[in-house]
Design a protein around this ligand. Structure first.
Ligand SMILES: C[S@@+](CC[C@H](N)C(=O)[O-])C[C@H]1O[C@@H](n2cnc3c(N)ncnc32)[C@H](O)[C@@H]1O
Length: 186
């Protein structure tokens, strides 16, 4: 069962640079993100990870940042402009039942959903949409906070991912979080 949606005031806290002290995007994602990649940040909120990944992929790369809430996306766009990475990030709103990313089918090199899946009403559909957006061989990292997702809830997320066609390839260690690294093989 999906929890209530993260409100914008928490979005501001999540976008704070202080968060880097305990969740450092370069340390968490540096092994997977390369210059020139096209990346999907599903449930981006105000772009804490999108902005960091934009710097990592550089001017030849692209970040698609997708979120349900207009306020999150507006703030993300302001932050991207301030950081000089507006040209690298395409930020979009979606609806609760679909990421609305049909145009990205087969275009994505790497995707993340960080602290999002427990808020999504239909995790199976969310994961399947991301599967379709990935290129064969591309990876998808799900991170869920242990404070919001139960062991059973996370196991159900992994099961939905396998049912969507993903193979589980790793469980990167991140304090206080459940994680799973998935790959689309074909
Ligand atoms: C807890 S925040 C995490 C944001 C970001 N990934 C981070 O770690 O800073 C969860 C975000 O997911 C978004 N969200 C929730 N349900 C969603 C859905 N069905 N589709 C897209 N975004 C969703 C919320 O609007 C919120 O901005």
């Amino acid at each position: 069962m999906a929890e209530r949606i993260c409100p914008p005031w928490i979005g501001y806290l999540l976008a704070s640079p202080l968060r880097r002290l305990f969740e450092n995007p370069e340390k968490m994602l540096g092994d997977y993100v390369r210059p020139g990649m096209t990346i999907l940040d599903a449930g981006s909120a105000m772009g804490f990870f999108s902005l960091a990944m934009a710097r990592m992929v550089g001017p030849e790369g692209k970040i698609y940042a997708v979120d349900l809430q207009e306020k999150m996306i507006k703030s993300l766009k302001r932050r991207a402009a301030k950081a000089g990475v507006s040209d690298i990030i395409e930020a979009r709103t979606c609806n609760q039942n679909s990421l609305e990313i049909n145009d990205l089918t087969g275009k994505i090199d790497f995707a993340v959903a960080i602290h999002v899946v427990h808020e999504v009403p239909d995790a199976s559909n969310f994961i399947s949409e991301i599967y379709s957006a990935l290129k064969p061989g591309a990876k998808f990292l799900i991170i869920e906070p242990k404070g919001h997702a139960s062991p059973e809830g996370f196991a159900a997320t992994e099961k939905a991912a396998v049912q969507a066609g993903f193979e589980i390839v790793d469980h990167p260690k991140i304090k206080r979080d459940w994680t799973v690294m998935l790959v689309r093989n074909t």
